[in-house]
Structure formats: C-alpha cells, structure tokens
Design a protein around this ligand. Structure first.
Ligand SMILES: Nc1ncnc2c1ncn2[C@@H]1O[C@H](COP(=O)(O)OP(=O)(O)OP(=O)(O)O)[C@@H](O)[C@H]1O
Ligand SMILES: [Mg+2]
Length: 327
C-alpha cells in the first residue's frame, strides 16, 4: 500500500513536488467541465493524467480519440458519425466518437497531429456546442468536456502555421505540463515499486541496480522505465533482478557515468563487485560476465568463449541455463 497522498486511483504515482502539485490541480479541476490541455514528452503519463481528471468525478463516458490516426476520407465520419448511406459504402447510420462522448469526456490524444480540416470543425464544436453528422441536414447538440494532449509545443506549431491559433486558445484554458522523469528522479523508486508490485510476484533489486535505474535519464520517460522492468521480470524466474538484464542503452549510459562503483558493476555486467556491497551468489556474477561479454562482442560466441576462457560448448550450455538472449 502506498502512503496516502502519493497516488490517485488511476495510478498517478509520484512524491516529487511537481507531481504533488499536478495531483492537487487534477483533484481541483477534475470535477469541472473546463477544457484541459496536457503537455509533456512522450511517455510522461499524459493519458494517465487525462483519465485521472475524468475519474475525479466521472460523468458519461471517457472516449479517447487518437488524432494522429484520423486521416483520409473517413476521418470526418469517425468523429461526427454519418447517416444511412451518407456516402458510397456507408451502409447503416453510425454514431461518431463525439456523440459517444456526449455527457462525458472526449480525450483528443496527440491533438497537435489533428488534420487541418478537422481543426476547423472541432473549433466549431467548441464554439457552438453542436455538430452535423456526415450526410445529415440537422445539427446535433453536444455537451462534451474536452481534454487534449500533445507531446508537441503547440505555441511553436501555431507560429509555424501548422495549428490554428483560435483552436489553441479554446483548448488552452487550463494547462497541465507533465515534467520529464529525469527532472523528478525521486519518483523513480516509487514507480519501480509500483510496476514490480503490479506483477503480483515478489522481486528484489540489488542496490547497484536500483541506483543504476535512478541514475539513468529515461528519455522515453515512464513508458521506457516500465518496459525496462517488464523485460527484466520476463528474463527472471527468481526474485532477484540482475544488472546484466538491463537494456543495452542503460548499461552503456552507466558505463559512461562518473559513479565508479556503478561503472564497475556495469563492467562486470552482473551483481556487485564491491567489498561493501551485499554478497551476491556466484552464479549471478557469472551470468552477468557472460551476458556482458556477449553484448560487447555482438554475440560472437566463438570470440566470447575465447575471451571468457571457457569452451564453446560450455558457453552454449550456460547461455541456455541462464536464459540469455540478444537484445
Ligand atoms: N504517474 C504515473 N504513475 C504510474 N504509472 C504511470 C504514471 N504516468 C504514466 N504511467 C505509466 O507509464 C506509461 C505511459 O503513460 P501514458 O501512456 O499515460 O503516457 P503518454 O504521455 O500518453 O505517452 P505517449 O506520448 O507515449 O502516448 C503507461 O504504462 C502508464 O500506465
Ligand atoms: Mg499517450
């Protein structure tokens, strides 16, 4: 169980001051109907934040609308629906995403990628609170709360003429900016706990591993951290997670770091090599050394066997035994 105040029911975890502030904002503005614009790098939790806003007082449905995928001749009918036989191949009448969101929340994900034609139409929906399904002569009233998210800098998109300024101002009523994970490292251990717990199994990390995970900058943010842990758990049947199973980009970063004992652990590719660190079973050290040799040598097994000072057959056996795999 997390201490109260570090998590929302949707799993919006974090204890850093910036996340605590955003959580407070979500709790305050969530129940309202004002438009919210969520900005943040890829993987920072924009969708989690949007769902948390909705969950603060859920009314109607939460309808995600993937703006980047709405392209081509059917995009308008996807958003607004269409009447029976509105166009060739239309068939029966179909309700659009906006109608499904009536009384609830429409989440325009990656709004910066919305096609220019739809930008105009969405603006009209925001201004007039009504729209016309494709093929229909009648306008429909619609009451939706709009939450939009983007990894782009929308001001810059407006300046570059790729995003309508009037639409931007309509959406930018309340702004939530999610910080990248590298600017709130204190949340990393909390997130790790959360992802390991969610697996339903018990896992342990060596101190070097926890430190390495915190020291890495996570350019792909929470999504990258989650993928990394999922991968490490998939490689392990036992409870102890290995340094050697870290993705190559993380190991390379640690190798380049100035923290000597992490760099040493990375060089050994496995458990701890420090006299002060907890004692690590020998097979974990061996596993790490083999994995690191193979990765360094682009999985040239013959060369790895020579450099490790073991026979090729032994190396093959150990690769199998330790379930090592190429990244
Ligand atoms: N504060 C958080 N607490 C716990 N998990 C989180 C948090 N924020 C994000 N996550 C998890 O991180 C992953 C990425 O989150 P999400 O999809 O919301 O990010 P995003 O900003 O929409 O990313 P993208 O730009 O890739 O669409 C998801 O697996 C999500 O569950
Ligand atoms: Mg997203």
């Amino acid at each position: 169980m997390k201490p109260a105040g570090e998590e929302l029911p949707t799993g919006f975890v974090g204890r850093s001051p910036r996340i605590a502030q955003i959580r407070g904002l979500i709790e305050r503005i969530g129940p309202g109907r004002m438009p919210v614009l969520i900005q943040g790098e890829s993987g920072t939790g924009k969708e989690v934040a949007a769902r948390s806003l909705y969950n603060a007082a859920p009314t109607g449905a939460f309808v995600p609308i993937d703006c980047g995928s709405m392209v081509g001749p059917l995009m308008e009918s996807e958003l607004f629906g269409h009447t029976r036989n509105a166009f060739t191949g239309a068939g029966e009448a179909k309700r659009g995403l906006l109608e499904l969101a009536h009384g609830g929340t429409a989440f325009f994900d990656e709004i910066g990628d919305l096609a220019a034609e739809l930008q105009v139409k969405l603006l009209r929906v925001l201004q007039e609170k009504e729209f016309r399904p494709v093929g229909s002569l009648q306008r429909m009233k619609v009451d939706v709360r709009i939450i939009a998210a983007t990894h782009r800098n929308l001001e810059r998109e407006v300046k570059a003429g790729r995003f309508r300024e009037d639409l931007f101002h309509r959406l930018n009523v309340i702004r939530v900016t999610l910080p990248p994970l590298r600017e709130r490292k204190e949340d990393v251990p909390l997130l790790i706990d959360r992802f390991l717990q969610a697996s339903g199994r018990r896992y342990l990390l060596t101190p070097e591993l926890s430190q390495a995970l915190t020291s890495y900058d996570w350019p792909g943010n929470i999504r990258e951290l989650k993928n990394c842990l999922d991968r490490m758990m998939a490689f392990n049947s036992g409870p102890l997670l290995h340094f050697a199973d870290l993705p190559t980009q993380v190991i390379n970063h640690i190798r380049a770091t100035n923290e000597p004992h992490l760099a040493m652990a990375a060089a050994a590719g496995g458990g701890s090599v420090l006299p002060t660190a907890p004692i690590v079973p020998l097979h974990l050290v061996e596993r790490g050394a083999i994995k690191s040799a193979l990765d360094n040598l682009k999985w040239d097994r013959t060369e790895a066997a020579i450099q490790l000072g073991i026979g090729r057959t032994t190396l093959y056996r150990k690769i199998k035994e330790y379930q090592l795999a190429q990244d």
